[in-house]
Design a protein. Sequence first.
Length: 185
Amino acid sequence: MKGRLSNARRGDSERDPTDLNLLQDPLEFIREDHMHMRAVCEEMERVSQSPSPGGVEISRLLYFLEHEIGLLIHDEDDELRGMLLVRCTPEDDIGPTLERLKVEHEALGDSCPRLRSMLREMHDDKRPAKDDEAALLRDFADRLRRHLIVENAIVLPIAQARLTVEDIVRLRNAMIQRRIADMQA
């Protein structure tokens, strides 16, 4: 349990996407992905404040917005959410939390096209974020951080306690298939 509370990631770098080998345990993969997302939030803030943001940093943010966040949102909304609604007891009272997270997922997803367009312009023009763009980056990072707190503190511990071995296998298979499809797209 102590390892789950640590801020350290298993990967070589907090900036690297989550190691796909961790999909053997999909809940652990999600935990690690959340740690990676925290690092992405920090990078968004640095880019928002930098007078000369680097192309590599912006490219990492673009990759995250184009590939990573959407996959995890679908993992959580399309599979994990339904499994929890079936497995949780009334005492868990998870329904309102899951509904709130789904609404937040939609809002985060709706922000991604604008952020991608803005970051591409910054990258292509080799320029810093304008004031309104910097505010958008910081707002997205803040919303994502708050969202991850709820998922890490409430959803993942309940999932760990309630999901069956068969649920974990279904979740893992769906997550793998989603990533294969993303790589082939």
